[in-house]
Design a protein around this ligand. Structure first.
Ligand code: 13P
Ligand code: SF4
Length: 304
């Protein structure tokens, strides 16, 4: 079937099922075009809570659908491709986190939303890249175990008095961006602003003009007077920005900054999801209740 026909069928089924589609910025263009809301991790969490729909089809990765289900258990949450996961989220397990907590009994656990529901349930508060500094500074404890992203954790550590115990997790998409590549790009485009996501390595962040979440990068590109930008995040954002602002130029920090898990979500998989009401993401109640506390605490904190 052609994309347009699939999109029309999706629209019809969305109405029939009282469903909405939430999509992350890193998903394919045609997927974002059928979505009711497109955003970064923080705004998607807020949207999942506020929506009146009975069904949420999550065009993103597994932990995002889990967060929607944790926050809105009365809704049916569907992930169109069940193995669309996040390798970074798999880098921390409950067992390993419990061992770390034993080593640092005075520390609070701040958990990046890119983590499983079970890990969230073991944590005091969640954060996203848009609110991580505010979240860490909101916690009373002087010591923090920050899981699972070592790069985001190291970035936060520069903006707080607290002692941060880093976890060795990372996102391969952002880890693939190298400082030498950035130096080369800066030589080629000397007037360009370099906007980097805090999941990038510290040596890359050292070269950045602004360190921002995905939506922060998009907002900065819009409001800045600069006409050229090097974009240090998943390269879908670059295509999107080049289309949205044809008078400005956006260059990917690396051609390797590609999240193949986000790209697993296709129009066909969304159609199948709505036709067959699959694949349901369900979090066991004893985990959900604890994980919700950590997410709710986060949602009280301001993001950027
Ligand atoms: P944000 O959506 O918070 O910018 O995070 C990027 C990311 O890697 C999502 O998986
Ligand atoms: Fe995970 Fe990185 Fe993909 Fe986000 S971009 S889903 S952190 S692998």
């Amino acid at each position: 079937m052609e994309d347009q026909l699939i999109a029309e069928e999706i629209k019809k089924l969305k109405k029939e099922r009282n469903a909405i589609i939430l999509a992350h910025f890193y998903t394919r263009r045609e997927v974002r075009e059928v979505a009711d809301f497109v955003g970064d991790s923080l705004s998607l969490c807020r949207e999942a809570v506020n929506s009146k729909a009975e069904v949420i089809v999550f065009a993103g990765v597994h932990f995002m659908a889990e967060s929607a289900s944790i926050l809105s258990p009365e809704k049916l949450v569907l992930l169109p491709v069940p193995d669309a996961g996040c390798p970074m989220a798999d880098m921390v397990t409950v067992k390993a986190l419990r061992e770390e907590k034993e080593k640092h009994p005075e520390a609070a656990v701040v958990c990046y939303v890119n983590s499983s529901a079970a890990v969230k349930a073991e944590s005091d508060i969640c954060c996203t890249s848009a609110n991580a500094i505010n979240v860490v500074n909101s916690v009373e404890n002087r010591e923090i175990i920050f899981v699972p992203d070592k790069n985001l954790g190291a970035f936060v550590a520069l903006h707080t008095e607290k002692k941060i115990h880093l976890w060795p997790g990372f996102c391969h998409v952002h880890e693939n961006i190298g400082d030498e590549e950035i130096k080369e790009l800066k030589k080629m485009h000397p007037g360009a602003e370099f906007l980097a996501h805090p999941e990038c390595r510290p040596e890359v962040l050292n070269l950045a003009d602004h360190i921002l979440s995905t939506s922060g990068i998009i907002k900065e590109a819009e409001k800045s007077d600069s006409t050229e930008f090097i974009i240090g995040t998943e390269k879908e954002i670059v295509k999107n920005l080049n289309r949205k602002y044809p008078d400005k130029k956006f260059y990917p920090a690396s051609e390797k900054a590609f999240c193949y898990n986000m790209k697993k979500i296709t129009l066909e998989s969304i159609l199948n999801s709505l036709q067959n009401m699959e694949y349901e993401v369900h979090v066991p109640e004893h985990i959900r209740v604890k994980a919700k506390k950590a997410l709710d605490r986060m949602l009280e904190i301001r993001g950027n």
